[in-house]
Write a protein that binds this ligand. Structure first.
Ligand SMILES: Nc1ncnc2c1ncn2[C@@H]1O[C@H](COP(=O)(O)OP(=O)(O)OP(=O)(O)O)[C@@H](O)[C@H]1O
Length: 367
């Protein structure tokens, strides 16, 4: 049952894209299983961060949640209303309450429209604000909220810096008074110095307006700062979900452990001696995912039983949810990793190049 504070609930969501072949007649020869059975809940007023490497299905999940990409199966409820079966006119009205922010505002903003026109468009489409004066009032408030000056209204997207353009993108979403914002890589196109400003703005807007966020990012640092809960995706499915701090201090799934081991540590001494878990092999194709646990082909802890033939479901361990048959035994050290390289970066001495030393892992050395 949907809890009182749950704004979004996703159940067994799948998005399979057909792979077509043929010159005269399109033949479906397979499916890219971009999202393949995701369950998650987003609490009202909170931020859910979604991480995972490129191609794991994060953007497709975000778009399917907003019904911008039609799901193949599964359910998405928003404030208790099932979206997947909603009549198009009702869905349109619902869309005002769910907005999206994109990675690259330059490609998502029409270069021929000035800022006023960009912000007016949505208001008109949804019949918000009444007459011109009413709309202007809403737009002026929105500009204040995102920290853009009034003179911005008559300017065009190319006249702004990357950070300011992202503020325009945020204003375009905000002007409609949404409750949920799906932010797909909101800062990854920006200079590092600007990223923090935009992340802080999103934080501030959440505090002031009670917004709920789904933030999609490959950068674990961005997600950690902003998220209450983080979900880790691998090949179309969640492998772990936990309160943000818990995920970073006690990752339980082997894939999460590997991702975390790649995050730089601010202390240079620790950083120099930091061990990295290297995941073997390439990301398998989502058109032909491995049987059983999708990660078993690359997992340093893969076991001869269960992993290859039994797909692990997300199950609760403490306040995390983990899709690994062996999570407890891995956490306790009972199971040791195998055939893994640990990489230690040695700092360069004077006149030397920094060197990377790879060595076979002592069993359990990074448990
Ligand atoms: N419209 C589409 N038609 C066919 N395949 C698609 C389509 N959109 C995405 N895919 C495929 O689905 C998989 C997941 O893509 P998606 O963009 O959701 O991943 P992602 O984790 O957001 O990656 P990135 O960060 O690179 O965008 C990829 O293999 C991608 O090629």
């Amino acid at each position: 049952m949907t809890g009182e504070n749950t704004l979004v609930e996703v159940r067994d969501l799948k998005v399979h894209f057909p792979i077509k072949r043929g010159v005269l007649f399109d033949r479906t020869v397979g499916h890219v299983k971009a999202v393949d059975g995701v369950d998650l809940r987003i609490t009202r007023g909170r931020t859910y961060g979604l991480v995972g490497e490129s191609g794991c299905g994060k953007s497709t999940l975000g778009r399917a949640l907003l019904q911008l990409t039609p799901p193949t199966s599964g359910e998405v409820s928003f404030d208790g209303v099932e979206l997947t079966t909603l009549a198009p006119n009702k869905l349109r009205a619902m869309r005002r309450r769910m907005q999206m922010i994109f990675q690259d505002p330059m490609s998502s903003l029409d270069p021929r429209q000035n800022v006023e026109s960009i912000l007016t468009e949505g208001l008109q489409a949804h019949g918000i604000g009444g007459d011109r004066d009413g709309r202007r009032k809403i737009i002026a408030e929105t500009l204040d909220q995102v920290g853009l000056p009034r003179w911005a209204l008559s300017r065009y997207p190319h006249e702004f810096s990357g950070g300011q353009r992202q503020r325009i993108g945020i204003a375009r979403a905000l002007v409609l008074g949404p409750e949920l914002i799906v932010a797909d890589e909101p800062v990854s196109a920006l200079d590092v110095s600007i990223q923090a400003q935009v992340v802080n703005l999103l934080d501030e807007l959440q505090d002031n307006l009670g917004l709920t966020y789904l933030v999609i990012a490959h950068d674990l640092a961005v997600v950690r700062h902003i998220s209450d809960t983080v979900g880790v995706m691998y090949l179309g499915a969640l492998v772990e979900e936990a309160p943000s701090d818990r995920l970073y201090t006690e990752p339980l799934h082997p894939y999460t452990r590997a991702l975390m081991s790649a995050v730089p540590v601010p202390d240079p001494d620790v950083e120099d001696r930091r061990e990295r878990i290297l995941i073997a092999g390439d990301l398998p194709s989502p058109a032909n995912p491995p049987s059983g646990c999708r990660f078993h082909t690359r997992c340093p802890w893969a076991q001869p039983t269960r992993c290859a033939d039994e797909r692990p479901q997300l199950r609760e361990i403490g306040d995390s949810r983990v899709a690994c048959h062996w999570a407890e035994q891995i956490a306790s050290g009972e199971l040791r990793p195998h055939k893994v390289s640990v990489q230690i970066t040695r700092p360069a001495g004077e006149g030397e190049e920094p060197s990377v030393v790879s060595a076979p892992t002592e069993p359990g050395s990074f448990v």
